[in-house]
Design a protein around this ligand. Structure first.
Ligand code: DAH
Length: 339
């Protein structure tokens, strides 16, 4: 009997299984009521007392050994199944969810990149400004309506601390500190005290460009505008300049481009004119150059300014300005492919 016990122990020690069904079959074979160990137990009961004493311990050890072995086989198999699920190399990788760039950033970056190809570099200034940089240095008369409380947000009761109403303020800051040649592009946020609607907001974004050097002419401005319009809206884009007025430029103009929705034929977007207005521009007024410490007899310059929301609307037909500041991810996700 001892030999049988040892043989069974050796047999059980070498057991292996590849599925839980196999483990169950082994349990039945060795440990069930009709199993091999139970059969030995039955034989054991009819043995004479002396042999019982000698074989009791080895037989019990065999039963414990088999029970542990079957349990170990079952556990190993369960772990293996979990591992397989966790490291299934055939599963496709889970996609990494990238954020999307805001449409205004996409368009701002594009404008900056077009001008940087012409040698313009970025300049930035503060959003909280003073009267001098936003108005006085830019040739706004003391009673100019743009200074009015209805347009400008003043901070505190002090009329000299205000939120800039346009990025032209960066022009005067740069000109005060730099002698020509100056070739800068100034993107940034601006504020106006407007009632919020689909077509107006109390803050929006502008990009300003300024070029000051000897002999800068209106022809330089026109060529720069044409290059910009074609790069931004496609090679077939036409431009036209209409005379206009800004305190800081003389002469001043507003630029229209051929409507990029109907190609100039006329549609509801361009109010059936075939043209849409996109920016203001002109030759820097000599008063502005002088106010900023640049000799207007020696140097001349051109400036232009545009609204980023306006350009974005033209490119992507966003009907309601408020969409830009609501952070609705369904809207933002539409621009995943735009950068
Ligand atoms: N600052 C003007 C505005 O906010 C835009 C503008 C017009 C900028 C003409 C310019 C310019 O530099 O030359 O409406």
């Amino acid at each position: 009997m001892l030999e049988k016990i040892e043989n069974l122990k050796a047999e059980i020690e070498n057991l292996s299984a590849t599925s839980s069904e196999e483990v169950e079959a082994l349990r039945i074979k060795y440990l069930s009521k009709k199993g091999e160990i139970s059969a030995l137990m039955n034989d054991f009961r009819s043995l004479p007392g002396e042999e019982k004493r000698a074989l009791g311990a080895p037989l019990n050890q065999l039963k414990d050994f088999a029970t542990e072995k079957i349990a170990a086989l079952r556990e190993a198999l369960e772990n293996k199944e979990v591992d397989a699920a966790e490291f299934d190399m055939t599963r496709s990788a889970s996609p990494v969810k990238l954020g999307t760039r805001h449409p205004l950033s996409v368009v701002r970056n594009e404008i900056v990149s077009i001008f940087s190809r012409l040698g313009f570099s970025i300049a930035e200034g503060p959003e909280i400004e003073d009267d001098w940089h936003v108005f006085s240095s830019l040739n706004f008369a003391p009673d100019h309506p743009a200074r009015d409380m209805q347009d400008t947000f003043f901070i505190q009761r002090n009329p000299d601390v205000l939120l800039r109403t346009h990025t032209s303020s960066v022009q005067s800051r740069v000109m005060e500190n730099t002698q020509p040649p100056i070739r800068i592009i100034c993107p940034g946020r601006v504020y106006r005290n407007e009632a919020i609607s689909a077509r107006a907001h109390c803050f929006f974004h502008q990009v300003e460009a300024l070029y000051v050097d000897e002999n800068v002419s209106f022809a330089d401005l026109k060529q720069t505008l044409l290059y910009f319009a074609r790069e931004m809206f496609g090679p077939d884009t036409k431009i036209r300049l209409r005379p206009s007025y800004f305190p800081f430029t003389e002469p001043s103009a507003e630029m229209d481009i051929s409507c990029n929705l109907c190609g100039g034929k006329g549609c509801s977007f361009c109010k059936h004119t075939g043209w849409v207005e996109i920016l203001g521009c002109g030759m820097v007024d000599p008063n502005v150059l002088d106010a900023c410490g640049i000799d207007s007899k020696k140097y001349s310059g051109f400036a232009l300014g545009m609204g980023v929301e306006r350009i974005t609307n033209l490119k992507y037909q966003v009907k309601d300005l408020r969409m830009f500041s609501e952070n609705d991810t369904r809207f933002l996700r539409e621009f995943t492919a735009a950068h």
